[in-house]
Design a protein around this ligand. Structure first.
Ligand SMILES: Nc1ncnc2c1ncn2[C@@H]1O[C@H](COP(=O)(O)OP(=O)(O)O)[C@@H](O)[C@H]1O
Ligand SMILES: [Mg+2]
Length: 378
């Protein structure tokens, strides 16, 4: 932001008159508008009134310290760039000032060049920050518009096409020969995949904007795991993979939404079935201490190459080739990660190519105030 004259406005708060005058002269000559204040309270008042782009603040002043002023201004004036002037530039005070919101510090004595360079750099930093913020707002808006577009312009026609195909099958299914039936069946499957992709995509955006319906209640993970395993057993059988669980009897409660957690587990177990060859094994194991519950889902499948490991939670990322046996949207793990985050938990992965992959889900457990701490996650 610039003042009425189109110049950047800089405020100097320092109790030393010579320093204020010297800085004003240098900065005005460099093309900035300058305001000065002799002490902190006056400086804060001026800043609130004129909203400067940048302020140089002396650390040591009577009444109110530079550190307190930095704290107040960084809270009150968005995007202001604050620099602390210090007579004794200790690392400790510089670090503290940065933690309170300062951009940099300027040790005394300094020369005009140092002041000019810092003012220029600080204001450039401010411009970049403002630009980044603007772009972020724009990106959020575009994403939101895109989501509306996806849900209205893509989802609705897909549903209609699926219904037409179903109707076609009902009305004339018995008149079609085998080839036609096969083509129609392929269309139906492709449309189903597309519908699933759109649904996943919408779910992820809903989690991001906080409109994804979740009913968080106190629940036990063993019931969630049992439900998920039961759901996945038929698929495992079909693919010739064994599914084993190893869950302790009494697990601490967690706070969570059962439906979305079942989806997390079925997604991860589903992946394990997709990327594990026939004869393989999936093991679900659970461990806990007083604070966390870890659930690991390990498979004996093809594994994930080390360079791809950090990418698998990214939307639409898939390690496999397009002609891979099993289709997918590349959104499953993005969904799982977001749901885990919304449960204040996390998801981690480790893998060895050709040996298998293990996903570990960590949940914070509800802490029972009566219980004494007795152990760690091994
Ligand atoms: N258990 C696993 N074993 C090997 N690779 C996996 C496993 N789970 C996930 N992946 C890899 O991570 C990618 C992203 O997973 P996901 O987001 O669920 O997408 P999708 O399953 O739709 O491809 C998968 O395409 C696959 O390459
Ligand atoms: Mg998947």
């Amino acid at each position: 932001m610039t003042n009425k004259s189109g110049k950047h406005l800089i405020l100097i708060i320092d109790d030393e008159e010579a320093l204020r005058d010297g800085c004003s002269q240098v900065l005005e000559k460099a093309g900035y508008a300058v305001l000065t204040a002799e002490q902190g309270i006056e400086g804060i008042k001026l800043a609130r009134e004129h909203l400067p782009d940048m302020a140089f603040i002396d650390l040591k002043m009577p009444n109110i310290s530079g550190m307190e002023i930095i704290e107040i201004l960084s809270r009150d004036i968005p995007d202001i760039v604050l620099v602390m002037i210090t007579g004794f530039a200790t690392i400790v005070s510089a670090v503290e000032a940065m933690q309170k919101g300062a951009y940099d510090y300027l040790p005394k004595p300094f020369n005009p060049d140092q002041l000019r360079v810092l003012a220029k750099r600080g204001l450039e930093h401010r411009n970049l920050k403002i630009e980044t913020k603007r772009l972020r707002v724009e990106k959020d808006l575009m994403e939101r518009n895109f989501i509306t577009f996806v849900s209205h312009e893509m989802r609705s026609p897909l549903v209609v096409i699926r219904q037409y195909i179903e109707a076609l099958n009902e009305i004339a299914g018995d008149r079609f020969d085998k080839d036609v039936k096969e083509i129609i069946d392929r269309c139906r499957k492709r449309i189903q995949n597309l519908e699933e992709l759109v649904e996943h995509w919408l779910d992820i955006s809903r989690i991001e904007d906080g409109t994804f319906a979740q009913q968080k209640v106190s629940l036990s993970l063993d019931s969630i795991i049992s439900r998920s395993v039961e759901e996945m057993i038929p698929l495992c059988r079909k693919r010739g993979i064994s599914l084993e669980t190893n869950i302790p009897q009494k697990l601490p409660q967690i706070t969570g939404d059962a439906e979305s957690l079942v989806r997390v587990f079925t997604n991860i177990i589903g992946n394990a079935t997709k990327y594990t060859p026939e004869g393989g094994k999936i093991t679900v194991t659970c461990q806990h201490d007083e604070f966390y519950i870890n659930v690991s889902i390990a498979d004996t499948g093809m594994g994930i190459p080390p360079d791809k490991l950090s990418l698998i939670f990214e939307p639409f990322f898939r390690c496999g080739e397009k002609n891979e046996k099993h289709s997918g949207s590349g959104l499953g793990l993005t969904f799982c990660k977001k749901i885990m985050e919304s449960h204040k938990g996390c998801i981690a992965v480790s893998s060895k190519e050709g040996e298998g992959t293990t996903f570990v889900l960590t949940f914070p457990s509800q802490i029972d105030p009566e219980r004494k701490f007795s152990g760690t996650i091994s």
